[in-house]
Design a protein around this ligand. Sequence first.
Ligand SMILES: [Zn+2]
Length: 273
Amino acid sequence: MRILISVDMEGIAGVTGREEIMRGHHDYERFRHLMTAEANAAIAGAFDGGADSVVVNDSHGGMRNLLYEELDPRAELISGHNKVLTMVEGGQDTQGALFIGYHARAGTGGAVMDHTISGAQVHNWFLNGTPVSEAEINAALLGHYGVPVLLVSGDDKIAREVNERLPGVATAIVKHGMDHRAARALPRSVVLQRLHDASQEAVSTIARAPIHRVPGPVTFRLEFTRSFYAEVASLMPSVVRLDGRTIEVTGQDIVEAWRWASSALRLGSTGDN
Ligand SMILES: [Zn+2]
């Protein structure tokens, strides 16, 4: 059994501010160790739960955060950017996935660094008309390949959203969000043990895991933070501009829709120049 572990950074215990998750900032190097430690707890749990191979996908920012030399040597590591499935690349040939260090969707109150894909550019990200978190988008992408998400870890707010939107997916809370830049982290020993145990349990009960399939055609709607992002994204013929800040794309299936949406975001982002 092969397991994908997608690791983001905003939902790692102890993380509360941008300086901790952005390259070049003073605190960033410290928090890379914490991120890698949480990945390792999940890797160990996955193997103890019955996995015989694990691939970890670095899923935050430029996707070069995890410390390879500190990663459990049994795991493979995908790092770097421009992956079609971005945060869940490498999951296509696995049997299940764990999402570690995830965060609530844009607009969630009391959540640590809530955003969806790009906080600076996207105010709200909708899938078939419903606002979604990255966890939900990624679950749908993996569902296209018949791969179930087994576990999502992060603060209590992403756990609540997963419980609401992805029933049957386990959650592991490592901190309680207080506001956008504050949280109460659980003791580190509790966090690492909980991630290990939850990963082990999730992998060992994989036969019961639901697959989150979103049948096509699929529509993504992006409400940008600025009108000029929508304006530039609309240069692409497949993009429909709904209003000053909002665009929509449709794909025959979730992967095609995702490729259009992420391309529109990339193109729109050049509107800053
Ligand atoms: Zn992130």
